[in-house]
Write a protein that binds this ligand. Structure first.
Ligand SMILES: Nc1ncnc2c1ncn2[C@@H]1O[C@H](COP(=O)(O)OP(=O)(O)OP(=O)(O)O)[C@@H](O)[C@H]1O
Ligand SMILES: O=C(O)C1=C[C@@H](O)[C@@H](O)[C@H](O)C1
Ligand SMILES: [Mg+2]
Length: 199
């Protein structure tokens, strides 16, 4: 599916598109553009948790610990999945929680933005906002997280590769093409992309 202005007004969603993957995959920055293109709501679970707590993710980790953050993540994602179908960017660890995977499987379509370590590292290396990387050898930490989590992210309904050099707009197009292909491959399920105005 080409990302042209015609389709912006003719296609909508029957289920939320849920972006999963490691830090730097582009869930937030690509997700915003995908939602704007489809003219549907966009939410980011990290931002929603920050708004609810009145604290940044980094501060929540520091003051209350990771388990507290993970509990909030379950509640926030459950609430967002209950709203109108839009694009949901999840935090990097969200899909690793079985309860969240279960909720997403019931309600949405999960999409793994799958980047190699070098791509992810180049995108997060200068950002102080990821608490899990605020330690010695952050690149090594990121690599170990990728290795440990990749088999879980691979459980997503769809995998879309991302690499250095690919633009945000190209990622939007890749995602829409992958969703369309998934709809065609699963005629037994209601299509996720629907022409606006059709029943
Ligand atoms: N396809 C892309 N082209 C160019 N830059 C990208 C692309 N994808 C992501 N980036 C850049 O990489 C950085 C990290 O991306 P983003 O914040 O969207 O990742 P994320 O998956 O939401 O990470 P986190 O799990 O930490 O929230 C941003 O500066 C973003 O603009
Ligand atoms: O990969 C992770 O576990 C995390 C990623 C971020 O999006 C935040 O949700 C938080 O920093 C934890
Ligand atoms: Mg993000």
């Amino acid at each position: 599916m080409a990302a042209d202005p015609e389709q912006k007004i003719t296609v909508t969603l029957t289920r939320p598109l849920v972006l999963v993957g490691l830090m730097g995959a582009g869930k937030t920055s690509v997700g915003k553009r995908l939602a704007a293109f489809l003219d549907v709501p966009f939410h980011d679970s990290d931002h929603e948790i920050e708004a609810a707590a009145g604290l940044e993710v980094r501060e929540i980790f520091e003051r209350f610990g990771e388990p507290y953050f993970r509990e909030g993540e379950v509640r926030v994602i459950r609430r967002l999945l209950g709203g109108p179908a839009g694009v949901l960017a999840t935090g990097g660890g969200a899909f690793i929680q079985p309860a969240i995977r279960e909720d997403i499987a019931q309600t949405g379509l999960s999409i793994w933005l799958n980047g190699d370590l070098e791509t992810l590292w180049q995108r997060v290396r200068d950002k102080p906002t990821r608490p899990l990387l605020q330690q010695k050898d952050p690149r090594g930490v990121l690599g170990r997280l990728l290795e440990a989590r990749a088999p879980v992210y691979a459980l997503a309904d769809i995998t879309v590769p991302t690499e250095l050099g690919v633009t945000h707009e190209q990622m939007v197009r890749r995602i829409l093409e992958a969703v369309r292909a998934h709809d065609i491959a699963h005629p037994e399920r209601d299509p996720v992309l629907k022409r606006k105005g059709s029943a």
